[in-house]
Design a protein around this ligand. Structure first.
Ligand SMILES: O=c1[nH]c(=O)c2nc[nH]c2[nH]1
Length: 445
C-alpha cells in the first residue's frame, strides 16, 4: 500500500466544464510529497477502506465534518498589491483622474521598504484567508519592494506571479512616479526577472516574474517594444490592461490610430501567456485576436462597475474561445474576496441581459442571452484562471496541484441537494467559513 503525505476525507465540489460542476459526497483526496493530488478515491472504490486505514495509522488523515466541503483554491487573475491600503476608498472618479489623484501617490510610497513589507505581508495573508491560493500581481516601479512581495508570498505560502510595473511615458505619469526612460523600464524589468530567479533558489514555492507594461497610455512605443522583446527572450507571462474604459480605449485610437489590442500585439505583447485585465470595450475583432494568440482576459466585475463604462459580456467572450479568469483588481475593486467577485460577475451579467433603463421597452433594454450562472463564475475563479496562467490547478483530480480550500456551510436550511449546497457556498461564504487553505499541499490557513 503506497502512503500519501496527506489524505483529506470529505465532500468536494470542483469545476467540470464552463457551466457544470462535479460533486462528490465522500472521497479521499490523497496528496503526494511534491504538492500534487496523487489520487482521488471514491467511497465505492475497492481500496477506500484500506487507504483510509493506512492514513489513519500514520496520522496523515484529516476527516472533515459533514458541514465542510473541499473546493479548489481560487486564482486572483488581476490585483494591484500596492493599492491594498486604498481598498474600499476613493471610488468616485473616472479612471484617469483616479490614477492621478489616489493611485499614483500611494504607489510612489513603495520606495519605503518598511511600508512595502508591512502592506505586502498583510495583503498576502488576507488573500490566503479568503481562499486565494494563486495571485497575479501588479507591483510598483520599485524592484526592492516588488521583491518584498515575492518574499511575502514565499513566507506565507502563496503562489505569486509578480510584475515590476513599467510606466515611462512622461505625458501620462507624474514625475514623482515614473520610469526615467524606456531603457530604465526595460532594464529594471529584466533585473527583476533575475532577482526572482535567485530568490526561487531558496524555496520550493516558485514565484513567477511577469512582464508588466501598466497599459498603453503609461508606456512609450520604445518601452512597449523592449518589453515585447523580453517576453520573447524569456518566454514569461505578460500582464497589462486592455480596452478597460472609454477613455483608455480611445487613447490608443487617438495616439496610434489602432485598437488598444492591436497596439499591444504590434509590440509582441499579446502572447499565449498574456493576461489582459478588464476588456470591457473589446469588440469581436479583439476577441478573435485574443483567441488566435491564446491571450486571456482577467474579468474584474466589481472594478468594472466603477471604471469599465460597460459590462464584460462573459458569455460572448467564452463563446469566442477566449481564456477567461476572475480578478479582484484591488483597489479598483474594493474587496479582496473572489467570492464577492463571483457574486458580482453573476449580478452584472444579469443586468447586462435585462438592461437598466426602465424608460425603455423591456425587449430593448438589455443584451439577450448574457446571464451567466454561478457555476460559470466558479469556473472563472478556478479552472479559468489556471488555464490563463498555464497552471495545472483549479480542479480536484489526480495530477493537479493540491491548492485547496475547505469551507463550511453557514446556513444549512434548504441545503438538501448538491446544487443548493453549492449555491449557498458561493453566495454565503465569508472569511470565517474558509477554515483550511492548502497551497502545494501545505496548510497555509
Ligand atoms: O483598474 C485599474 N487600476 C490601475 O491601477 C490601472 N492602471 C492602469 N489602468 C488601471 N486600471
Amino acid at each position: 500500500m503506497s502512503s500519501f503525505s496527506k489524505v483529506i476525507e470529505g465532500a468536494s465540489f470542483s469545476p467540470r466544464t464552463q457551466t457544470a460542476i462535479t460533486y462528490q459526497p465522500q472521497q479521499l483526496i490523497c496528496l503526494d510529497t511534491s504538492g500534487y493530488i496523487a489520487r482521488v478515491i471514491n467511497q465505492t472504490d475497492a481500496d477506500y477502506a484500506a487507504v483510509r486505514q493506512a492514513a489513519q495509522a500514520n496520522a496523515t488523515l484529516t476527516t472533515l465534518r459533514p458541514d465542510q466541503y473541499v473546493l479548489p483554491g481560487f486564482i486572483d487573475l488581476h490585483i494591484h498589491a500596492p493599492q491594498w491600503p486604498n481598498a474600499g476608498l476613493a471610488l468616485d472618479r473616472p479612471l484617469n483622474e483616479w490614477l492621478d489623484t489616489y493611485t499614483f501617490p500611494l504607489e510612489a510610497k513603495y520606495q519605503d521598504l518598511d511600508f512595502a513589507k508591512l502592506v505586502y505581508n498583510d495583503l498576502v495573508q488576507e488573500l490566503l484567508a479568503n481562499g486565494t491560493t494563486t495571485a497575479l500581481y501588479f507591483g510598483t516601479i520599485h524592484n526592492a519592494a516588488n521583491l518584498e512581495l515575492a518574499k511575502a508570498c514565499i513566507k506565507h505560502g502563496q503562489r505569486g506571479f509578480i510584475g515590476k510595473v513599467a510606466m515611462d511615458n512622461p505625458e501620462q505619469t507624474p514625475d514623482y512616479y515614473q520610469d526615467a526612460s524606456a531603457q530604465v523600464a526595460v532594464d529594471q524589468t529584466e533585473q527583476f526577472i533575475q532577482q526572482v530567479g535567485e530568490l526561487n533558489q531558496t524555496t520550493d514555492l516558485k514565484q513567477t516574474p511577469v512582464i508588466t507594461p501598466r497599459f498603453v497610455p503609461s508606456c512609450t512605443p520604445a518601452s512597449l517594444q523592449g518589453l515585447g522583446d523580453l517576453a520573447r527572450k524569456y518566454d514569461l507571462p505578460v500582464q497589462s490592461h486592455c480596452s478597460e474604459s472609454d477613455w483608455e480605449n480611445g487613447y490608443a485610437l487617438e495616439h496610434y490610430q489602432m485598437r488598444d489590442a492591436d497596439v499591444l500585439d504590434h509590440y509582441g505583447l499579446l502572447t499565449n501567456k498574456a493576461v489582459m485585465a478588464h476588456g470591457t470595450q473589446l469588440n469581436d475583432h479583439d476577441y478573435e485576436l485574443f483567441a488566435k494568440q491564446g491571450v486571456a482576459i482577467a474579468h474584474c466585475p466589481i472594478s468594472n462597475v466603477y471604471f469599465g463604462n460597460a459590462v464584460l459580456p462573459v458569455k460572448r467572450v467564452l463563446a469566442h474561445h477566449v481564456k477567461t479568469g476572475l480578478g479582484t483588481d484591488i483597489s479598483g475593486g474594493y474587496s479582496p474576496s473572489l467570492y464577492q467577485n463571483i457574486r458580482q460577475a453573476v449580478m452584472s451579467s444579469r443586468l447586462l441581459q435585462d438592461g437598466v433603463d426602465n424608460q425603455l421597452p423591456t425587449n430593448q433594454r438589455g443584451v439577450s442571452d448574457s446571464a451567466i450562472s454561478v457555476k460559470t463564475a466558479f469556473y472563472l475563479a478556478t479552472l479559468g484562471g489556471a488555464k490563463s496562467l498555464h497552471l495545472q490547478t483549479g480542479k480536484i483530480a489526480a495530477g493537479y496541484l493540491a491548492d485547496l480550500q475547505v469551507v463550511s456551510l453557514k446556513n444549512a436550511f434548504q441545503a438538501d441537494d448538491a446544487d443548493n449546497i453549492f449555491e449557498k457556498l458561493m453566495y454565503q461564504t465569508s472569511q470565517a467559513e474558509i477554515e483550511q487553505v492548502y497551497v502545494r499541499g501545505e496548510r497555509v490557513k
